[in-house]
Write a protein that binds this ligand. Structure first.
Ligand SMILES: [Fe+2]
Length: 290
């Protein structure tokens, strides 16, 4: 179905997630009205895609800044673009795989007190096959729970640890370099402590409730016994993988995706051998609340 705004049309990709916006050239100035409508489409669809955009890094940065302050990610584990510190280079191939070779479903920077608002990811070079990204709408996931389960999780809070997916529980090879990697991890952890967030997060723009836990970083529900927490989290992680809440994007070069990190989780597939280069700009977010 196509949703008609005043200045843009948004083609829904699945009932719960994803939208394509056509007929907008982001290298040109856009009106305030058009920006407002794009913003609303991101909130509504969780992720929107613009195809065939020819953007210089400067144009990518200046469009991104309309959404908020760009977030420095010095310890994000991603390589910075040396000319443009706002941009992370996500550059991988078979010889240089991502840090976590198999991704885990996650919400970016959930381990920080203020997880990011969202991301503007621009596809510069795309392999002939593989490298899709999947997003899931966490509002759809919350709304599909039974009333009894909603009552059960109401008011719970959970710890999120940004370094868990990079650490020794996920990557045991970190024990094998004489402790150097673990030492670095401990230093980083002493700076960025795990953050405590509500399990049910209210979206500040839409007022809708979403399920704010992810299998990559959420370690424990504070109010529950460890085993209770473990089983409940496993159920919630499984529930969040439901295909009906998802959109899976097959990238083309010059695609720009904008996603709302407050209302989504995503999974970046690493199933390609040939070179893939993405430019990522992350926007600062707020403290989550229920
Ligand atoms: Fe991510």
């Amino acid at each position: 179905m196509t949703i008609k705004y005043e200045t843009i049309d948004v083609l829904e990709m699945t009932p719960k997630c994803g939208g394509f916006i056509e007929g907008v050239d982001l290298s040109q100035d856009i009106s305030n009205q058009q920006f407002k409508e794009i913003y609303n489409a991101v909130v509504d669809r969780v992720v929107v895609i613009f195809r065939g955009q020819k953007l210089t890094p400067k144009q990518h940065i200046s469009f991104s800044k309309k959404f908020g302050k760009t977030q420095a990610s010095a310890v994000s584990g991603f390589e910075k673009n040396t000319d443009y510190p706002e941009i992370d280079n996500l550059a991988y191939d078979a010889d240089n795989p991502p840090h976590v070779t198999r991704d885990l479903w996650h919400t970016d920077f959930a381990g920080r007190e203020k997880p990011t608002w969202g991301t503007l990811l621009y596809a510069r070079e795309i392999p002939p096959e593989g490298g899709d990204t999947i997003w899931v709408n966490n509002v759809a996931a919350y709304e599909a729970l039974s009333d009894r389960m909603k009552q059960h999780i109401d008011g719970l809070t959970a710890y999120h640890d940004s370094y868990r997916p990079y650490g020794e529980t996920i990557r045991p090879e970190m024990w094998e370099d004489g402790g150097e990697s673990l030492g670095r991890l401990k230093t980083e952890r002493s700076i960025y402590r795990p953050a405590l967030h509500p399990v049910v997060r209210t979206h500040p723009d839409s007022g809708k409730k979403g399920l704010f836990v992810n299998e990559s970083m959420t370690t424990k529900i504070k109010e529950l016994d460890f085993r209770e927490s473990d089983y409940l989290l496993r159920f919630l992680f499984d529930h969040l993988r439901t295909p009906e809440f998802q959109y899976r994007h097959k990238w083309e070069a010059d695609d720009l995706a904008i996603w709302d990190n407050r209302t989504s989780l995503h999974y970046a597939l690493f199933d390609y051998d040939q070179y893939r280069l993405m430019h990522r700009i992350v926007i600062e977010g707020d403290v989550p609340y229920q």
